[in-house]
Design a protein around this ligand. Structure first.
Ligand code: MN
Length: 423
């Protein structure tokens, strides 16, 4: 399958810095507020924000079956509902419009002025209205680390883990875009050695280095999505910081799993990078042993080589990268997650979001949370300014970044940046 917009030889008449996350081969989708306070669906090339609502009104999507107001909306849900064929036609058309040799928009000053903004003058919004949010637990290394700490080092993985993409239903009401500050949560914890809980601000706020995929309407209630068709229902991915309060989590999570330790905030990057744009970066998933049950079996390259990192920026402005991981370490693929999610007939809608779970690699330097990096507070991390951390402190900013890179071209996600405010 060849996707025109992914051709690495194409360059744009818009200026793009080398090593930009957003070359003309990316063409992500997002929602932004223009300087005139107009909300629109857009894309991005280099540091240029492109108003797709304006482009459509000017006739640039002629021949593609789109409703007149498809981009004049404050969420991408309806566009995502249009399906993969339409997403691909639109991405390919955007690529054509901005290709260096195409004069149509390039030489039309009035149109250019209506369509183009600088990234610094627009305000990014949450790209979709997230109806339902599910978080998986699909990194074997992460699940093993947590099992060692919270349960039994000898039997770190629970017996179901190698057979089921384990997950839980989260809440979408507190998912916020990059740049939105969050508050340290309060809650119940059981102090070490105590037999009665206390109430107060969490003392162990943590990030989780994750990615999340956004779905389209995948099925009717009662039907399931076969594993080999699941990717057709995935629109794209974002970076995902699944904020967690470890002390609240430890006290509350038995027997039904995460609750208030997780639903006070989760942060996503503002641009959804399509699965189509990630196509050139496919890689094999880790080998699965034992074989999963037939409904979860698939062949081919089902993962993506996406470099991930997390940094802590202290109030003095000094930033320290505390971990480097990769999306390809995920044991369960997105296709398996979606097939499993719907195998019982659970309905998945346009704009639903599925978190990968914390993505840890094998080495200590690739663990995806402070809980693991500082091993439950026993091994503090030293930052560039000499401070130490076992968890995130008030006024720290956590920044997650992610990108793919191959043969000199790079497709990135930008960042998700979140400051933690006091309780
Ligand atoms: Mn999580």
């Amino acid at each position: 399958m060849s996707i025109r917009a992914n051709d690495p030889t194409i360059s744009s008449w818009l200026q793009v810095k080398t090593a930009s996350d957003f070359p003309i081969q990316n063409i992500p989708f997002g929602v932004f507020l223009t300087p005139d306070d107009v909300i629109t669906i857009g894309t991005r090339i280099g540091d240029h924000a492109i108003d797709l609502g304006a482009l459509h009104q000017l006739g640039y999507f002629e021949g593609i079956p789109l409703t007149d107001d498809i981009f004049l909306q404050d969420t991408l849900n309806d566009f995502i509902s249009d399906g993969k064929k339409t997403w691909r036609l639109v991405r390919n058309r955007i690529s054509e419009i901005f290709e260096a040799s195409n004069p149509k928009l390039r030489d039309q000053k009035k149109h250019r002025e209506a369509v183009l903004f600088s990234m610094s003058e627009v305000e990014m919004q949450l790209p979709v209205q997230i109806g339902d949010y599910t978080d998986f637990y699909s990194s074997k290394e992460h699940a093993t680390n947590i099992g060692k700490m919270f349960r039994d080092p000898e039997n770190a993985l629970l017996p179901n883990w190698l057979h089921i993409p384990v997950g839980y239903h989260g809440r979408s009401s507190t998912i916020v875009p990059s740049g939105t500050a969050i508050k340290r949560p309060k809650g119940q914890t059981l102090p070490k050695g105590a037999n009665q809980p206390v109430f107060g601000p969490s003392k162990m706020v943590d990030f989780e280095l994750e990615m999340a995929f956004i779905t389209t309407d995948a099925n009717a209630m009662g039907e399931s999505v076969p594993v080999d068709q699941a990717e057709d229902h995935i629109f794209g991915l974002v970076l995902f910081n699944d904020w967690s309060a470890r002390d609240i989590q430890k006290w509350e999570y038995v027997p039904l799993g995460p609750f208030l330790a997780k639903n006070f905030a989760s942060s996503i990057s503002a641009w959804i990078v399509t699965l189509d744009a990630l196509e050139p970066f496919r890689v094999e998933s880790p080998q699965q042993k034992p074989d999963p049950l037939p409904y979860l079996r698939h062949s081919g390259n089902n993962s993506f080589d996406i470099h991930l990192e997390a940094a802590i920026e202290t109030p003095d402005g000094i930033s320290t990268i505390v971990t480097k991981s990769n999306f390809k370490y995920m044991y369960w693929s997105m296709a398996q997650q979606l097939a499993h999610h719907t195998i019982n007939g659970c309905k998945v809608n346009s704009g639903d979001m599925m978190g990968s779970g914390t993505i840890s690699g094998t080495g200590e330097e690739s663990f995806g949370s402070m809980l693991e990096l500082a091993w439950q507070g026993t091994k503090p991390i030293t930052l560039s300014n000499g401070d130490t951390r076992t968890s995130i402190q008030d006024q720290d900013t956590v920044v997650l970044k992610g990108y793919c890179s191959r043969n000199g071209y790079r497709i990135g996600f930008g960042e998700v940046r979140t400051r933690l405010l006091p309780a």
